[in-house]
Design a protein around this ligand. Sequence first.
Ligand code: NAD
Ligand code: ZN
Length: 395
Amino acid sequence: MKAVTWCGTRKVSVDNVPDPQILNPRDAIVKITSTCICGSDLHLYDGYIPTMQKGDVLGHEFMGEVVEVGSGVNAEKVKVGDRVIVPFCIACGNCFYCKRQLFSCCDNSNPNAWLGEKAYGFSTAGLFGYSHLTGGYAGGQAEYARVPFADHQLFKVPETIPDEQAVFLTDIFPTGYMAAEQCNIQKGDVVAVWGCGPVGQFAIRSAALLGAHKVVAIDDGTRVPERLRMAADGGAITIDMRDEYVYEKLLELTGGRGPDACIDAVGMEAHGFTVDAFVDKMKSAAMMATDRPHALRQAINCCRKGGTVSVPGVYGGVVDKLPFGAAMQKGLQFRMGQTHVHKYVPILIDRIQRGEIDPSFVITHKMPLTEAPQGYKMFQEKRDGCIKIVLKPGQ
Ligand code: NAD
Ligand code: ZN
């Protein structure tokens, strides 16, 4: 089959690779109809996530049709012919963490758990197409994928929800929603969102769905004006991080108090125009730092006393010069994590069916799978108004 493979920093290609096989009784094989490129894939593309190997199949936002099931798959839950979405994190459904709905912490899905234990004390769940640290699973930017724990991992999608909406249930819609839910939004709250990429866009709309009084969106108006426009279309007040001093502007919008909750939807590759951002850039270029946490620092500094900092943005290593004193002294709450996608899929299917949101608003480009290398380049360079790319295998 054809699949998008990682070939080194800023190099991906479309190769012929062996078709996936059922390896365990609870596996299923899914024929992929839609698959996306995620901001998380850019961290792999840019070479920031360790333990990638040449030839690894990329992709963790995919959906399609079940074409084969293993002998141990519960037939009442999944059968051949079902149209399904596949959460990016792999969860067994039975362990201590899955029982508590902390699906991205599943204890049974990462065959390379020892690597995670060395890096983080405990291993995270397995993730599709996301390095050997998270299990070395082949991803879903491909024609087919093997899905473990299929009767827990796959969610049937109602016929009324087309691929263009459903595919975002695999990751970015639940991710934005969990980021907003973690802010415990109260009547009158102001929520500020750093980063207007796809995750930020869903965080903005989810904060509004969950009752925020005002949502403020921050990004770079010179580099990605279309993202700020999309945020404004979603009801946010926008701040261009280039022209306006973000802290001053946030004070102005909150009566001098600061936002009640701050969401970092930027992650480890933030850029900025202040000294700390410049130092981050130099240190990461010299391989002396793993992450560039400029947006996180700003979120901590801008957040009101006793407020919440919610971090869907991905960080990988040891974060430099984090203003932990400010966080402690102001009594902030931190919420974060890889998204517990399985918990949110049924809730968000209901919201789509009730017409509260149409997730397809985020799509700017659709292309055949074979054009993935151009897609990665365009998305990484933020060219051609690119916000979200959907790849179509078999076209
Ligand atoms: P993206 O790269 O498309 O968007 C990031 C945006 O942040 C860009 O528009 C960029 O201009 C902006 N930005 C950079 N520096 C900034 C700053 N200092 N202030 C404000 N904005 C700034 O990525 P995305 O797909 O939206 O993903 C965002 C993050 O969420 C990534 O780190 C990704 O890995 C992460 N993510 C996490 C999960 C999870 O489970 N927690 C799931 C999906 C994605
Ligand atoms: Zn993703």
